[in-house]
Design a protein around this ligand. Structure first.
Ligand code: GLN
Length: 532
């Protein structure tokens, strides 16, 4: 390994630090280096799977399921991961292992259960050294297992967060032991009342980083507008970081341009110099080609109870954009309130994943209208389940049909709990998770989309479409288009008399990349283009 790069944030969270970290990975990857990423999350949940996405953003699902076993008698499945992993996978085009997301919850479980086993016999177990050592061990474990040229380690939250102190200390210690570069991502707000850009919050957070023994080597400055040289000079003056190591990164519509901007501003060269490497050319032409958007705009509505929050469905947003670019269009995403869905002016509809009763009658109604009005529609997981409910109620005439998640006493349980989930009481990491085989049935739109009969896609669910009812619905044009290897789980369906109405139990968005869109999304967007 050539080195470790830490990425920390200051001023506010939600800065796009994950995009910066992924972009740094991209510009090094474009030089031929092998990159891996680690995300440190200081919260006490072992993984974000049980969190409200409104607070935390999307829950990303990895290809692999990691069995985290902090003690012989205790183990958890981990495949539900921080949304930054989505950026890492999309920018770097590789699968990230779930154990690369290190949370305080995991670290604490490991240390405390270790203490009970006698790992620390005779010692008082403390944050320093024991917890900090465990964090360091986990980071170094990734470095050893993957042996990349560069390991990029992003710290969640901001420097100075009370709960992040052990992580900051771990980074400080690693820095003393191994060649590492610290990139700090800061924010410069614009004050409308005085018409000024303000650097004081940035200064304060850089001082906190210095006080923690983690002075930045380079600073990326986020802002909602272009920054003049004066602002950058001021940050340089107060931080002691030379001006050539300060990189402005104003908001832009297409986040995939961030690697291009940072490369153009010289961040890649700066990193090479820091690590004493010879200059290499960053090969970013194919990336530039992959992220190019066309002129024609296609409006896609995402019907969700989380319609106020853009980030909750970020992988879906990105998958729609990748597919739009691939057909030389650009996507305009409209978030549609699931409680009172308005489908007017939409070229295509996505019925979003989700849990719980809120907004579901509206989603079922939206599915019904999309069927009737022949609007191209893609139902993802919960969206596929609720579309099945809509079909059962409105095409089959089965009044009161529902998912047992929403109505346990429904006369037509067209969506029911997976048999192996019955009796599962614990909530964390207990759903059907990670990538599973999807067997596609010939002669379906799904088969046209994938062009192969066995693919792997990622899942996160407790319920599934009942085979018994689905087979009855086939009479009226509900077509089962994919199953699992046992034939018991319906992985996808489509409506034969509709131009494009496809429901998938899996989440194809997690594997979509710029220049390599998900086949399902690509087929959907082609139909959206036709419909527009
Ligand atoms: N709530 C549904 C289930 O558990 C759908 C989950 C989802 O959309 N990811 O099966």
């Amino acid at each position: 390994m050539l080195g470790i790069i830490f990425v920390t944030g200051g001023v506010v969270s939600g800065l796009g630090k994950g995009i910066v970290a992924a972009s740094i990975g991209k510009i090094l990857q474009a030089r031929g280096y092998d990159i891996s990423m680690v995300k440190l999350d200081p919260y006490l949940n072992p993984d974000p799977g049980t969190m409200n996405p409104v607070e935390h953003g999307e829950i990303f699902v990895t290809e692999d399921v990691w069995i985290f076993s902090p003690s012989e008698s205790v183990s958890f499945q981990i495949a539900e991961i921080d949304e930054d992993f989505g950026h890492y996978e999309r920018f770097l085009g590789k699968y990230m292992h779930p154990s690369n997301n290190i949370t305080s919850g995991q670290v604490m479980l490991q240390v405390i259960l270790g203490e009970r086993r006698g790992v620390y016999l005779g010692q008082t177990v403390r944050l320093i050294p024991h917890v900090v050592d465990e964090i360091k061990r986990r980071i170094i474990e990734v470095a050893k297992r993957e042996n990349p040229d560069f390991l990029i380690v992003e710290l969640g939250g901001t420097i100075g967060d009370y709960e992040a102190e052990s992580f900051v200390e771990a980074l400080r210690q690693i820095r003393a032991e191994r060649k590492s570069l610290h990139v700090h991502v800061t924010y410069v707000p614009y004050l409308r009342s005085t018409g000024e850009l303000k650097t004081k919050p940035a200064q304060t957070f850089i001082r906190l980083a210095n006080a923690a023994g983690l002075p930045p080597d380079a600073i990326v400055v986020r802002s909602d507008r272009d920054l003049g040289i004066d602002v950058l000079r001021k940050i340089s003056l107060y931080s002691g970081v030379p001006l050539d190591s300060i990189f402005p990164d104003p908001d832009r519509e297409n986040v995939y341009e961030v690697p291009l901007i940072l490369e153009e501003k010289g961040l890649g060269r700066r990193i090479e110099k820091f690590f004493g490497l010879e200059e290499r050319k960053a090969e970013l032409d194919s990336w530039r080609e992959a992220i190019r958007e066309g002129e024609k705009e296609l409006t896609v509505g995402i019907v969700s109870k989380y319609w106020r929050m853009h980030d909750v469905h970020i992988s879906i947003n990105e998958a729609v954009k990748h597919a739009a670019s691939a057909i030389n269009c650009r996507a305009k995403i409209k978030m549609v309130d699931a409680s009172s869905p308005d489908l007017d002016g939409l070229d295509g509809v996505i019925l979003a994943p989700g849990f719980g009763v809120k907004g579901t009658e509206g989603m079922i109604d939206a599915a019904k209208r999309a069927m009737e009005e022949k609007i191209p529609t893609l139902g993802i997981c919960f969206g596929a389940q609720l579309s099945t409910v809509a079909f059962a109620r409105h095409i089959m005439g089965w009044d009161g049909a529902n998912s047992t998640e929403l109505d346990p006493d429904t006369p037509y349980p067209v969506v029911d709990m997976l048999p192996e989930q019955v009796g599962v009481k614990e909530k964390g990491g207990t759903m059907r998770l990670g990538a599973h085989e999807v067997l596609i049935i010939p002669g379906t739109r799904l088969m046209d989309a994938y062009g192969e009969s066995i693919v792997k896609e990622r899942f996160r669910h407790r319920y599934h479409i009942s085979r018994k009812y689905a087979e009855l619905m086939e009479e009226r044009g509900y077509k089962i288009s994919a199953v699992d290897r046992t034939g018991r789980i319906i992985n996808a369906f489509e409506i034969s008399w509709h131009p494009f109405f496809v429901g998938v139990q899996f989440h194809p968005e997690y594997k979509s990349r710029p220049g390599k869109p998900s086949p399902v999304y690509l087929a959907f967007m082609k139909s959206v283009l036709e419909h527009s």
